[in-house]
Design a protein around this ligand. Sequence first.
Ligand code: URA
Length: 435
Amino acid sequence: MRPVDVISRKRDGHELTAEEIRSFVTAAASGSGWQDAQLSALLMAIYLKGMSAEETVVLTREMTDSGKRLDLSDIPGPKVDKHSTGGVGDKTSLILAPLVAACGVNVPMMSGRGLGHTGGTLDKLEAIPGFRVNLSEAEFRTAVRAVRIGMIGQTRDVAPADKTLYAMRDVTGTVECIPLITASILSKKLAEGIEGLVMDVKCGRGAFMKTREKARALANTIVKVAKLNGLRCEAVITAMDAPLGRAVGNSLEVIESIEALKGNGPADLTELSVNLAARMVQLSGVVKTLAEAERKVTNALTSGQGVEAFRQMVAQQGGDARVVDDYTRLPTAPKTHDVTATSAGVIVSLDAEAIGLASMKLGGGRARSEDTIDPAVGVIVRAKPGEEVRVGDAVFTVHYRDESRFHPILPQLHSAYTLTTGSPSELPLILEEVT
Ligand code: URA
């Protein structure tokens, strides 16, 4: 089979055969058989012509099998994970993993790093002194056995075809493509050895998917393709117009997560974390209904079992668990500055993307994947939508190190909120579910 023929068939709108998809994926993983130009051309043809559910199922399976599938069947108990398509201030993984573990369900979680305006779970965890996200497979297994949680980065052996293709998509304008996103996300999740997956598909100005229609289309495809690959899966579409919670920036988000586990979290963050955790518990099969799962998760939160599970998880992965009681052990920015309201009113909207970019520019995130980050810096949202401010009240507190990084983001933050004199209409956080 010649790559040019496969590309031409997709260009002309035909469905690819399993052999054609396998040839493409094998070449991406091995670096031979297809030229990079040909891999990129097929990515663009898929972007333009789409893929059927059947093609996407095959692409996902082939991408999973381009690497190693972890077999965790020797570890007792159900194994479930959650994946978010990425947002600003989204630290739910740090909260729900301990809550789910406290309910007797294993959470073997392979997460990513932040890129652009969105944050990544690994970067947040690495703000904790000593915390290791690069566990060996044996260490990962030991962690899941010991504390029911393992939180690591994607290893070299997992879905190698995705590494090549994702990097290519990044430079060829082919990232925003539902079949390619689906196969990319699910190939890594299927390789984790989990039985169930809850997807949080973010929707709004701070998300990948800006509209409800696009978020719904992605959620539907992911759920369908996951199930056809033998993985129990459900999705929720959640609002990502304003940051989730108040903290944006790695160390600041760890503090907010611990506070949430102690029962002092912002309402939106706690609501979503509990909801996603409950879905994971229900999907695991340890309870029958979502209401039962919600009661179990809420009990884990209010009884303090969740925060204890967090402490154990941190210690298990080499981190300083004393951070749970002493936030001064976390990296702290040397300077802070309040961005204050210049008129009075009620906050009607916050621009999550602008706030995420501000944190990134302070050093809290990456413009390119090879950038290093400063865990201490970030932005605290002092006034969330629906909250009232008077002239001079703080809307944001910026935590920063370098004046040269701080000054350019000030105008950006001043235009990252809007005020109303009326009462703002309240939008729900959890918009839809897809099962
Ligand atoms: N996250 C992924 O892992 N892959 C995509 O294609 C998009 C988001």
